[in-house]
Design a binder for this molecule. Structure first.
Ligand code: FES
Ligand SMILES: [Fe+2]
Length: 343
């Protein structure tokens, strides 16, 4: 059984996935029910009735409460059983777990540790996704691989040149660049700097195609696998803050040991929403993530056949330092979680 971090915020859903209906998603092996209360806030309960374990998500939302579909116990949004069809007062010991949840920047985040330790200020900052022209294009791609294989992929963008020939690959620009991994507290950065290259694809329609550009790909990582990518370009030599920049979220939430929810989002290079541009961008993202990243990540994961990553002695190439550091940081965090706490 894989160990997952507990003292950690996991992205559970995009905000617009949680509407009027009961919504179920398995996260770190736990069945989770998400729903909106009458005040619009999101509630999260373990999606398993304490009687005969029916998924409450198959039941009925009644105000801020949920009625089990099997024998009718009713639970409030704190997980307390408040009514039974079979007795005046609800049965003792029937409470189910309520999980702290917070909505930030269009996403619902779930705290997997002790509720009293939940600190929303630790939710990684994805405010860059909110642009004046509206919410980003976003989606969720189910992936048949352990989430750290996704982190390896994202923290080492050298794969662009090989994997993304049908989308992002840019005629060897990665190899003309400089790569740097640095750690700032518990935040990790894996940054590429590619000076004076051909205008990268994201500047299409903003810069003339013949323009020479300084181009950067800065990836920020927070545990367990919440990544923000800044894709930037300026006319060669111009300051970065005058650049053409898009931000992408790549947030990986383990469903269990072998499957992952890959949440993605991207802002637009232009400062307005254009349906044709959006359709093109969505197609490009689907091609890149579903058509290119997903098959290679899943095939590499399957190739280990459940074996332990480090015991297979992966070769280090330098450019993979970001993924390696992320794995090591998670291992250290897990060790800290397992240490007995002082009384
Ligand atoms: S399984 Fe929920 S009331 Fe019986
Ligand atoms: Fe990729």
């Amino acid at each position: 059984m894989a160990a997952f971090l507990r003292n950690c915020w996991y992205m559970a859903a995009w905000s617009d996935e949680v509407g009027d209906a009961l919504f179920r998603r398995r996260i770190i092996g736990e069945p989770i029910l998400l729903y909106r209360k009458t005040d619009g806030e999101v509630a999260a309960l373990t999606d398993r009735c304490s009687h005969r374990f029916a998924p409450l998500s198959m039941g009925e939302l009644q105000g801020d409460c949920v009625r089990c579909p099997y024998h009718g116990l009713v639970f409030d949004n704190a997980g307390t059983c408040i009514a039974s069809p079979f007795s005046e007062s609800p049965p003792k010991g029937a409470a189910i777990r309520a999980w702290p949840v917070e909505e930030r920047h269009g996403a619902v985040w779930l705290w997997a540790g002790e509720a009293s330790a939940a600190d929303p200020s630790q939710i990684p900052d994805f405010s860059a996704l909110a642009r004046p022209c509206g919410p980003p294009l976003a989606g969720m791609m189910p992936m048949n691989a352990g989430y750290e294989f996704g982190t390896d992929n994202l923290m080492d963008l050298s794969h662009i040149e090989f994997v993304h020939k049908g989308s992002f690959a840019g005629a060897g620009v990665i190899f003309a660049g400089r790569h740097r991994v640095r750690q700032d507290g518990e935040t990790l950065h894996s940054d590429w700097w590619m000076p004076d290259v051909a205008a990268p694809a994201h500047t299409l329609g903003v810069y003339p195609p013949e323009m020479r550009c300084d181009h950067w790909l800065d990836m920020r990582w927070n545990a367990p696998a919440a990544m923000l990518l800044e894709v930037g370009a300026t006319p060669t030599g111009a300051p970065r803050d005058q650049g053409c920049i898009v931000w992408q979220a790549h947030i990986l939430t383990p469903e269990n040991e072998t499957t992952t929810h890959y949440f993605w989002a991207t802002t637009r290079a232009a400062d307005h929403v254009d349906p044709q541009g959006d359709a093109f961008l969505r197609g490009l993202m689907q091609q890149a993530f579903e058509g290119e990243d997903k098959p290679i990540i899943e095939a590499a994961f399957a190739n280990l056949d459940g074996g332990d990553f480090w015991s297979q002695r992966p070769v280090a190439l330098g450019i993979d330092a970001g993924g390696t550091r992320a794995r090591r940081m998670i291992e250290a965090m897990l060790r800290r979680e397992r240490q007995p706490q002082p009384a």
